[in-house]
Design a protein around this ligand. Structure first.
Ligand code: SF4
Length: 462
């Protein structure tokens, strides 16, 4: 779906309400402590029976950062102690040692991701060492997609070389906004030259796909100022661009209180920025994938969407449809064999579990058959922007219209607003409907009402 023009932004505003981002279904608030480290171990064994050869994805969480960005929504820790970072890396290795005896070594790693925090806050030596110990435990596919999140502040060519020599071929970098006034207000001063240098280094080193993150809704942003920043991004020409809506949730992230709410652009301006962003990027050759993501038509993300093999996991959109995801580090979430398992968030608890030789699982969830069906429906809608009802019926042996009888009344409003088509065989999201895809997916969510009633934790959908 390209070249989205003349978006009716007032119509979109109508659908602005709290809702999950569906990086998992059920959403993370459904995870609970009834799922234990023993359950994790049993699931790990069940998922690695002899003959199991399916590809896997690995995620490593590096929580440390040098300075606090006031908008941050990640699980991170600010530290200047190199000893603290070195200690964490030892625990990451020990966590791998705990689980690696259970993995079938013939299973290839098709996807690797280091997120954070700031993985590039590691020294080049630490990057090489961690990468080598991962390779000791797992077998990598020659075509592995290995991505890392980097911060150009403090980055050197030696860091990039260490990543590249360790096999990384994709990277994602936060920019957020180029305007100095905005950068100062969020405590992330990142001169344009260092962003451009990092991109140039990665191109020189042969990184295949570069993603740049932007955020709208930050202090002092205006329609004009954000357009100026976006045009610079287009000039840099990354393969992927993500433009996130800033969620100001100081009751959940207390450091966001450091942002003066009077400096934030009003909701109407944010909608204008969203409209401009989509229109500018799609008219500049990027494909709107959905949910804040844009990609060049020849990037794997856009190809995958065309081929209907796109997938969503905790890193957002992913090209490796359905691969089992094993995650390491504090707060990391694994997803395989219809279970989710999250590690302790606090380093103290995470270290204690590893010291005691236990898996550091604190929360988890085992999906029911209804969860599996709904997850498939939500996933296909969010990735393909359409759903083949007959395919769902065949896959799960059910009558779609009967099974989802309660969802159809909720979809009527979208049909009335010309955002959705309901045919005999399909549910098809129309162009502008892509902007409210979370809302459309919410019609199939069996947990939503209860979760919203109990805890106001979701960001707004627009
Ligand atoms: S560098 Fe990233 S993870 Fe660290 S504080 Fe800033 S936004 Fe958060």
């Amino acid at each position: 779906m390209n070249n989205l023009k003349n978006i009716d932004i007032r119509l979109i505003k109508k659908y602005d309400r709290p809702g999950p981002r569906y990086t998992s279904y059920p959403p993370a608030p459904a995870f609970n402590s009834a799922f234990t480290a023993e359950d994790f171990l049993q699931s790990l064994k069940d998922n690695n029976v002899p003959g199991q050869a399916a590809e896997m994805s690995l995620y490593f969480h590096i929580p440390f950062c040098d300075t606090l960005c006031y908008f941050c929504g990640c699980n991170m820790l600010i530290t200047h102690s190199r000893e603290r970072i070195a200690e964490y890396l030892v625990y990451l290795k020990r966590e791998m040692e705990l689980s690696s005896p259970y993995f079938n070594r013939n299973r290839m790693i098709g996807q690797l991701h280091w997120g954070g925090g700031t993985p590039s806050y590691l020294t080049p030596e630490e990057i090489s060492m961690l990468a080598s110990s991962i390779k000791e435990h797992f077998t990598f596919s020659p075509e592995v997609e290995a991505g890392v999140e980097i911060d150009p502040r403090g980055l050197t060519f030696a860091h990039m070389q260490a990543f590249r020599e360790s096999g990384f071929n994709r990277l994602s970098m936060g920019v957020q906004d180029f305007e100095p006034k905005v950068q100062e207000a969020v405590n992330r001063v990142q001169p344009e030259e260092i962003t451009r240098d990092a991109v140039e280094w990665s191109r020189k080193l042969g990184f295949k796909s570069i993603n740049l993150d932007m955020i709208y809704g930050l202090p002092y942003q205006t329609l004009e100022s954000f357009e100026k920043s976006l045009r610079k991004i287009i000039d840099i020409s990354p393969e992927r661009i993500a433009v996130f809506n800033f969620a100001h949730v100081p009751w959940l992230k207390s450091h966001q209180k450091l942002i003066d709410k009077n400096t934030l652009p009003p909701p109407e301006m944010k909608l204008e920025i969203l409209k401009m962003t989509i229109e500018l990027l799609t008219s500049s050759g990027y494909v709107y994938i959905g949910m804040d993501h844009f990609a060049k038509p020849d990037d794997e993300l856009a190809i995958s969407q065309r081929e209907k093999t796109l997938y969503r996991n905790f890193q957002g959109y992913s090209t490796h449809s359905g691969a089992d995801l094993y995650a390491f580090g504090n707060s990391a979430i694994s997803q395989f064999n219809h279970v989710y398992a999250q590690n302790y968030k606090s380093l103290k608890d995470y270290y204690k579990a590893v010291d005691e030789g236990r898996f550091p699982t604190v929360l988890g969830y085992r999906m029911t058959q209804d969860d599996i069906i709904r997850q498939h429906v939500i996933m296909r809608l969010m990735c393909d922007m359409e759903l083949d009802k007959r395919e769902v019926e065949k896959k799960f042996e059910l009558d779609f219209d009967k099974y989802f009888a309660d969802a159809f009344p909720k979809l009527e409003e979208f049909v009335h607003d010309d955002l959705l088509d309901l045919t005999e065989d399909k549910i098809v999201v129309k162009n502008t409907g892509m902007l409210v895809i979370r809302n459309i997916a919410m019609a199939f969510d069996a947990y939503l009402e209860k979760m919203i009633r109990e805890k106001p934790i979701f960001s707004r959908t627009v």
